[in-house]
Each structure stands twice: as C-alpha cells, then as structure tokens.
Ligand binder design. Structure first.
Ligand code: BGC
Length: 539
C-alpha cells in the first residue's frame, strides 16, 4: 500500500506530536535565561546610588556635601551603557557561533563568559575595571539573550511556542524585580557587600542556566542545518517525548529537512561573507524576502524599545521625584516593577488565543492612550494637584501592564519565528542586537530630554512615547504577520503566499516535505527516508 500523502489542513496538523509535560518543562527551563537578562539590567542603577559604592568608585570622603557625593554623569553613562555595547556585539557574534558549535554549547559558553565578567565586577574597586567587567558580562548576556530565544523557538511545540517564549519575558520581569529587591536589601550596608552581593548573586543565574541547558537536547534544526540527520531525529524525538521512529518525529523531521533544502535552493549559502549578505537579499516589497524579514526582526525590537517602557524602569524614580506630591518615589518604582511581573502572564493565554498581530496592535493602542493621557494631565494640571498626580501614576502603571502583556513578549516571540533556517541564527542575533542598540540610545538620550537644565520636558516626555507608540500601532497593522499555531516551516510558506494583513486567515494546505517528495518514500534526499507506512527511520 502506498504511504499516505499529506493533504489539507487536517493532515498538515498531524505533523507535530501532542505536547507532553516533558516538552513544557524543557522549554520552561530554557526561559530561565530571562532572569539573568532582567537582573543584569536591574541592579546597576540601585548600586550607583549606594553610599559605599560611590565612596569606593569615586574616592570621595563620606562628608562630601550630598549634591557632590555622586558618581559623575559621564562615569554613570559609561558604566550603564558599556553593558549594552557588550550585549550588542555578543548578540551579533552569537548567531554565527550557534550555527558552528550548536545552540546549547553557545548558551553554555555565554554563561562562562558572563561569569568571567562577573568576577571582574566583584573584584573591581575602580570605574575602569567595573566597566571592563560589564563589557565582558555584556558579551555573555548578548550570547544568552539571542540564543535562548533561537533555541526555544526551535524546540517548542508550535501550538504553545508563543506562550512558552512569553515565559522568557516573564523571567526578564522577575529578574528586574529580584534585582530591585536585592539592591533594596543591601543599599544601606557600609561594606563592600552592599554592591558585591547584588553582583555576586548573578553567578547563581549563570550556573543554573548553563548547568541546566547542558542536560537538555540540542536543537534538531541545528543538526538539520549541519546535515546530521540521525542526530536531528534523536534530538527531535527527545524534545517531543516520542520514540525516534514515531510517525510524528519522522514527519516533522521530513518537513524541517524539506524546508531547509528548499530555502537553500532559493538562496545558496556560499562563502562566509556572502552568507552574511544573504540576510539582506531579496526584494523590499516581498514579505518573505530575507531583507524584509531582517528589517522586520530588527524593527520589531526597535519599536519595542520605542514604547518607552525602559524610560520608566531606568529613570522612573527620578521622574516620580519630580512629580511634586509623591512622598516615596522608590516605592512607586517598585510598584511599576511589580505591575510588570504580574501583567506578563496574561500573555501566556492571549498570545495563543488571539495571536501575535492583535496583541501588538491593541497593546500599542492601549499604551498610546495611557501615555497621551499622562502627558495631558501632567501638562494641563499643576503638579501640586494630588489627584492628577495619582491619575498619572495609574496611567503609567496601565501602560506598563499593556507593554508587559503585549509588546514585551510579542517582540521576542516573533523574532524567533520569522526567519528561515539558513539565516535564522543571524536574524535572531541581529534583531537582539537591535534591541540592545535602541535600549542604549534611549538610556543615553532620555536623561537629557527630561533634565531641567536641558530639554526639561517633564511629563511632556510622554507625548514623545505616545507618538512613538502610534507609529508602533500603524507598523504592527501593516507589517506584522500572524504566526500563531504554525510550525516555523509553515511560517515560511505563509510569508510566501499572503501579505501580513491577510496572514491571520492563512491555513496550511500542503507541506514542503510533500512538495519535495519526502513523504512519498524519501526521494529528494539521499540521507533520509521517511516512509509513513513502514514507519521507516532515518538512515
Ligand atoms: C525589553 C527590555 C525591558 C523589559 C521590561 C524586555 O522585553 O527588551 O528592554 O526592560 O522587557 O520587562
């Protein structure tokens, strides 16, 4: 009897094994990487305000007048932004390394580099060594932030991929919260523990992530890229909790292989430089061209930063201090971090129920309303008005809740889904680098925008964020495709066949494996024979 040929949505749906508890656990564990991402952004501003740290890094005596007893603006800016510089280069380099030595090993190496950076930060008593340590630690965070997303997108079952990658964002928010709590707990110590404890704790995150990832299987898509199909089959069987010869494993593998072959036939790899150039090839007007996908990934992360959420996390305390009638700005800062943590889990459900597109469109709409209202209240009503101040804080918290449940996870989920395998690791690396680049630009520019001696925008700064969120809303409507429920290979097909605005209605009707003959006896690849009837295995 001839082996069945996949046709129609029902068959296409059978490509992936049912989601097992083991699959959930593995992906949920990988999302732990978010903790050290969030924690690392979170501790620095608190440490730079600590008396003992100021004394150590500036050499100023404790009896210096309060207004002069600070780390200079240029040193602060260097210490803060050098981490982002490291992460930028780390994320760019990590994509290549992940294709060369594997996703898992790259994450583990990222953890080791990070630990070297942390040791330098711990022993530092000068700004130069602290900055050097932060640069090295940043490289490690860059490796981790790009490759954990890549790894998770490649191993997560498609039906829950969005929700599981949203866990990564949840871990970022927990990291930020933990950093605030630890810094809050050590800030009054008058010994080196004040800053060495918050820094040293990061060791634990690197050990847990590196040690844990070492126990997980490699991404099967990495092995397919390497042409190691036997290993790919074993890795896929392991992440799906199925035997290697299961029909699900064979079909899913056939689809990954066929899609990869198809992609290579469209854009061959060539030399190292030309394979980088591949990320920028194709027409700007075609949603499935590599150029469009690279622009989409990098601009998604740029827009995520344009929402202005980091203005609140980086400079919230200073901003709240300027809102006249606030008695405890630090507490408000802590509340905004808590709102961020508590709102993120909403996306676990909504990202799979409603999809990525509606989340980004409605999320940007929600944020822009809150931000314009904050700006209008702050501009039109005197800062002595208690009710107006409270309303402003409420709108800021609501804007954070919108971010945390939409753009926060959405941007990370999408960059893991939109790239075809031949350029996926670089595409994710470039997109992550864009996140860090814009993160730095915002960290450097915004203090000048609100500084009373410079831009002095005060609450008017929310007009800027509101306008940028308007851009993000329009951008999401016209350019963001719906990837919910599709395998990474189906996303490829969808981008080929419809424009982003019609993508939500697109249904897969055939598979790459089908079109290339892999499900009919394995004719187009010499190494793989996928025969559903015989439940044949990979040779
Ligand atoms: C962003 C970070 C931000 C964090 C807040 C992440 O998705 O990339 O820049 O600080 O969310 O939760």
């Amino acid at each position: 009897m001839a082996p069945p040929v996949l046709r129609g949505t029902a068959d296409v749906d059978r490509i992936e094994a049912p989601v097992t508890a083991k699959a959930y656990m593995m992906c949920a564990f990988a999302s732990f990487g978010g903790i050290y991402f969030g924690y690392d952004i979170g501790w620095i501003s608190g440490v730079m305000g600590m008396k003992y740290a100021i004394h150590t890094f500036t050499g100023l005596p404790y009896n210096t007048p309060a207004e002069d007893f600070v780390i200079s603006a240029s040193d602060k800016s260097l210490i803060t932004s050098i981490l982002s510089a490291g992460t930028f280069f780390g994320a760019l380099a990590a994509g290549d390394i992940a294709d060369f030595i594997g996703r898992r090993t790259t994450i583990i190496i990222g953890c080791l580099i990070f630990m070297v950076g942390v040791i330098m930060e711990i022993v530092a008593t000068s700004v130069s060594l602290l900055s050097a340590g932060r640069f090295i630690a940043g490289l490690g965070v860059g490796f981790e932030s790009a490759i954990v997303i890549l790894y998770m997108s490649e191993i997560c079952p498609r039906k829950v991929r969005g929700a599981l990658i949203a866990c990564y964002q949840f871990c970022i928010t927990i990291g930020l919260l933990l950093a605030s709590c630890v810094v809050y707990g050590t800030q009054d110590r008058m010994d080196s523990g004040s800053y060495r404890i918050p820094i040293g704790i990061q060791f634990a995150w690197a050990l847990i992530l590196g040690g844990g990832i070492a126990c997980l299987p490699e991404s099967p898509r990495y092995f397919v890229k390497q042409g190691q199909l036997e290993k790919a089959a074993k890795a896929l069987a392991s992440v799906r909790g199925q035997p290697v010869d299961s029909q699900f494993v064979q079909q899913e593998l056939a689809e990954i292989v066929a899609n990869h072959e198809y992609e290579l036939s469209v854009i061959p790899q060539g030399s190292y430089l030309s394979s980088w150039a591949n990320c920028f090839k194709g027409s700007l007007w075609k949603a499935n061209s590599n150029l469009r996908r690279t622009i989409l990934g990098t601009s998604l992360q740029m827009m995520q930063q344009w929402t202005g959420v980091n203005f609140i996390f980086f400079f919230g305390t200073t901003f709240f201090q300027q809102l006249g009638s606030i008695s405890n700005p630090f507490l408000i800062g802590l509340i905004t971090t808590l709102v961020n943590v508590l709102s993120t889990p909403i996306s676990f459900w909504t990202i799979e129920r409603f999809g990525r597109r509606p989340l980004l469109i409605w999320g940007a709409l929600g944020m822009l309303c809150c931000q314009f209202l904050t700006a209008i209240l702050g501009t039109a009503i005197s800062s002595d008005n208690d009710a107006a101040t409270k309303a402003q804080i409420a709108f800021i918290c609501l804007a954070i809740a919108f971010f945390a449940s939409t753009w926060g996870p959405g941007a990370w989920v999408l960059i893991g889904e939109i790239f075809p395998l031949p350029i996926r690791s670089r595409g994710v690396g470039l997109s992550t680098a864009s996140n860090w680049l814009w993160n730095t630009i915002i960290a450097v520019i915004t203090p000048y925008m609100v500084d009373p001696d410079k831009g002095n925008l005060g609450p008017k700064v929310f007009f800027v964020w509101g306008t940028l969120c308007t851009c993000a809303c329009i951008y999401a409507y016209f350019l963001v495709p719906e990837t919910k429920g599709l395998s990474l290979e189906q996303v490829d097909k969808m981008l080929e066949e419809v424009n982003p605005r019609n993508s939500a209605g697109w249904k897969p009707t055939t598979t790459f494996a089908n079109e290339m003959g892999l499900t009919k006896g394995g004719v187009s690849s010499e190494e793989i024979v996928v025969d559903v009837e015989k439940r044949g295995s990979v040779h």
